[in-house]
Design a binder for this molecule. Sequence first.
Ligand code: ADP
Ligand code: MG
Length: 464
Amino acid sequence: MEKKSLKNQETFVSEEEKTLVWENVQNSFEKNFGTEVYSSWLKNINLLKEYNDYLVLGVPTRFFRDWIVSRYLDKILAQLKTFKNSINRVEFKILEEHKINSQDTFKIDDFNKVTEIKDSILNYNRLNPNLNFDNFVSGSSNEIALSSSKKVCEQISRYNPLYIYGGVGLGKTHLLNAIGLELDKKTNVMFISAERFMYHFIKSIKKNDMVNFKDFFRKSSVFIIDDIQFIRGKEGLQEEFFHTFNSLIDKSSQVIISADRAPMKLDRVQERIKSRLSGGLVVDIDAPDLDLKVKIIKKRLEDIQSQFKESSNISDEVISFIATECKTNIRELIGVLNRIVTFSRIHKKILTTSDCKNILKDVFNQAKIITVDKIQNTVSNFFNIPIAEMLSQRRSRPLARPRQIAMFLAKKMTTRSLPEIGRRFANRDHTTVIHAVKTITRLSEKDDEMKKNIDQLRSLLLEE
Ligand code: ADP
Ligand code: MG
């Protein structure tokens, strides 16, 4: 028998060599994801082609693919690996390609396969009373965003929309929530994440209930939508958002939006939406400086003290240690502080810096295990492109850059060798990985945007 060349990149598995019995895989999906997720989503996945290292799976619609990729891909891959360890990626093929052109021409039939998901799966975005203006600490990195938010509360539709953007964990949701709480006292506020907006959208299409959907979102006097970057690449959703947005602005409802980047940087979002988003006031939140971090820690400690009616055992030295070590993410800063406070309370001990170093070893030493899979998933979610496309041989920049960034992070954040990394990226050569690492290193030195993206990705990967 002829030996198969190992260099062959994509060895298609012939009928008799097939190892996967799709029915068994499906059963394991049901067991591991629960009946609800299974029957709503995973049941509708078909196996189209089996290769040695990847599968081509069929899904009914683009929505389906986006939804599955953004929430379940990691787990699906892990599950597939238990059946066949050589699988390192999946590609999705959309079986009923269709395009939603306007809000009146939805093809309901396309969505009939979307079984209803219980509301409990995605939490409702109710306003959180703990995220208010009183406990939002101001500093030079956020004071413009804070004062603009307060002004909107004083005089509705003076800046319309108000668009707040910034990196992960810098206080965007906190500010949006604070605005919501303030305005909720006098008027009708809708506060929702873009992801949840999409959930309602799909549900209404399925139930043939778009009229209620439109009413529901268009009747509010204040419409706050968090993490709008979620609409990137989702045509139908953008279309609906655009109409909702216009009708709100037309009747002078206040619209407040947050995102992880400036409006014009929202790639794969229609131009008319981008320009609408920039049409009011655009403000950003930057990474906190040392001073703000110290202020936030002190404020938290005061709150904890008054809550537990005990004096804090945290010294100034420890405070400045935490503030220096936590570089940008305020969520992480608070997490670290909580750990230290808890430790000190349990052990009734005044902690030194070196105690803290020990307690936080796992946080700061990055003892966390980061895998190439995890990097690929995080990067593909971040840039909102399917993993299969990121790993494909296509060379267009919107795919090639994320691919290079993922290779760069794999080199920097795992102990894998260059050839190993190459193999994990659809059998590329190690020289391709070297080139990627060099390119991204060079770009992140001279391009602020690239540097910011890399920083954000790193902190996403290090988050718990
Ligand atoms: P984002 O939405 O930008 O990712 P969040 O609003 O969720 O960030 O903030 C992350 C955490 O940090 C929250 O617990 C929030 O209360 C806290 N936080 C952020 N900025 C501040 C601030 N200026 N003062 C007090 N707490 C803050
Ligand atoms: Mg947020």
